[in-house]
Write a protein of this length. Sequence first.
Length: 254
Amino acid sequence: MSLRNNFEFENLTTERLLGQRSNERHAAVPFQNIKRRFERNVDHETIQNLNNKLDRVLSVFEDLKRDVSTLRRQVDTQERRSSALNNAKIENLEKKIHEITVNLNKFENKFEEENVENLREEKNFETFSPQMIDDARSQLNLNLKIPLIYNGINLLDVPCENNDTNGIIPYGIRLFDILFSTEEQFCAQLKSEDHTINSLETIKINMIKICLLKKLNNIDIFNKMWPLLKREMRNKCLKTRNLVKENSSLKNEY
């Protein structure tokens, strides 16, 4: 119940009010003034209290709004950072997977090439008898198991018309041209057949020897053929040198 109701304005009479004031020896005060003053004071205090409470509620609400806005910005920033970090991790992972895939493909290709090379090596010496392999190693210092592939060319597939001198020597020269470039032939020593052979790469010379043995299948016949082929290889180097010099002279003239 309000203060106004407790005061019971409507039950007051002029006589009672004047009698109360007379008894208290106070000057008489008009009733309407008392009523208006009391109502004004009560309304102002109540409204002021309500306003103060509302201001506090609004202040708290504004603080909450600022906190929520700040938290939202922090969450958005964290999400962007997290997204960027995850994207970077995914990109790095994709790069590593790509590198692994490339390396794996290279390894597989190399493995296949090695297998093909091994098969070719086996094919190279599979027709040589164990005795021939041992004799070539002991008498000629040759390892018949080395591969006979050069720049993708199987030297055993190079044409050889027959196994006599007329077939073996041209076959040897064709092998010589495949294995030794013009520059190598030009730079070879020409004092003798042995000087020429010794100045060339040994492994390539051995490949020619093995191919000849493959065709001849006889060490004694090979020993007869080899000096003839050495002489032809020296002559080939001499011709190459003369041709290079002639071409150089022609260029200088023009």
